[in-house]
Design a protein around this ligand. Structure first.
Ligand code: NAD
Ligand code: KPL
Length: 303
């Protein structure tokens, strides 16, 4: 019998994982923010996963984060800026050696959460899958992709075999890596090169092809920063990959563009903010990134 997967952060990705695990017969328990959310979940009659023209309902057991059942495996799937507050609510329920997957974009929040959980085995995840909420407790699986997973402690190489077996059973495409930091840095750099510019130019990813010098200069600075941080593999071929992603996702609006467009808070502090702080820490000059951050901050705080 598999360990129960507790899911905290039942939004787009949390629901996507929960439904696929449930479909494969893996036990899942949802952790909702409070009794109002729990009631809303019961009123909705479960989670709905929409894939193409198919909608499946998953009536998963759910409690509030306040219940006291011990947790041995947790998926934390909230936004980076909510991660620490969310984990605080359930930290004392985590059994010694509990596995905790941190599925946040950018960097900084995962490391902060891992420091809060010395009793747990924290795993970082970086995904290229795409999902969005059609409405409350209804998730659309919008883009196939791959999820990289690796230990927060780079010295701990052995893969969590039973956890990965559940992912195989659930059909969640994934790859274990001994160097997840490199994957997180690379994704952060891609997001820093693309997302802020789409907000400032008010455009789809593809339209950045009309700003080749701006993109090239940002990629050069980001690669310099990655090298200064000891992330050589993440730096290699960055500009080429950014150009490929711009082309491959030409018709899409970046996640940051969508957050701004829909009046949601962005994860910029964990992307460009993290990059600029790392540059200061490593005494690496990144004037272009700093200008970009200043322009973005101004644009985001426009009344
Ligand atoms: P989301 O906003 O759809 O879902 C987050 C959920 O967490 C929400 O339901 C929110 O209510 C819940 N939450 C927040 N604080 C909570 C708390 N204290 N207790 C309980 N629940 C709480 O976000 P998402 O799109 O699923 O993204 C999650 C992370 O994955 C983000 O960092 C995002 O950048 C990253 N990501 C998302 C996608 C995607 O396609 N959605 C793709 C790649 C990466
Ligand atoms: O991950 C992305 C996002 O929009 O957040 C891509 C498509 C890579 C653009 O940076």
């Amino acid at each position: 019998m598999s360990r129960t997967w507790h899911v905290l952060g039942v939004g787009s990705l949390g629901a996507l994982w929960a439904c696929r695990l449930d479909r494969a017969g893996v036990p899942v328990q949802l952790l909702l923010r409070n009794t109002a959310r729990l009631q809303a979940y019961h009123d909705a009659g479960g989670l709905r996963l929409i894939e193409g023209d198919q909608t499946r309902v998953h009536c998963l057991p759910a409690t509030t984060a306040n219940s006291d059942e011990p947790i041995t495996r947790l998926l934390l799937a909230c936004k980076a800026y909510d991660a620490q507050a969310a984990i605080t609510r359930i930290a004392d329920r985590l059994a010694p050696g509990a596995e905790v997957i941190l599925l946040q974009n950018g960097m900084g929040s995962q490391q902060a959460v891992a420091r809060m959980l010395p009793q747990a085995r924290c795993l970082y995840a970086s995904t290229t899958e795409g999902a969005y909420r059609a409405s409350d407790f209804q998730t659309v699986f919008a883009g196939q992709g791959l999820t990289w997973l690796g230990d927060a402690d780079p010295g701990r190489a052995e893969a969590p075999v039973a956890l990965l077996a559940d992912l195989v059973q659930a059909g969640i495409a994934h790859q274990w890596t001994d160097d997840i930091e490199s994957r997180l840095w690379r994704k952060l750099a891609l997001n820093c090169a693309i997302n802020p510019l789409t907000v400032l130019h008010g455009c789809r990813n593809g339209a950045l092809a009309d700003h080749p010098d701006e993109v090239a200069a940002l990629c050069a600075e980001l690669a310099k920063l990655l090298r200064a941080c000891g992330q050589t593999a993440a730096a290699d071929g960055l500009h080429e990959e950014v150009q490929r992603v711009i082309q491959a996702t030409a018709a899409n609006y970046s996640s940051m563009y969508q957050d701004v467009d829909q009046g949601r808070r962005t994860e910029v502090d964990y992307l460009l903010g993290y990059a600029c702080t790392a540059a200061l820490d490593h005494q690496c000059e990144v004037p272009g990134l700093q200008r970009l951050q200043a322009r973005l901050t101004k644009a985001l705080h426009k009344p």
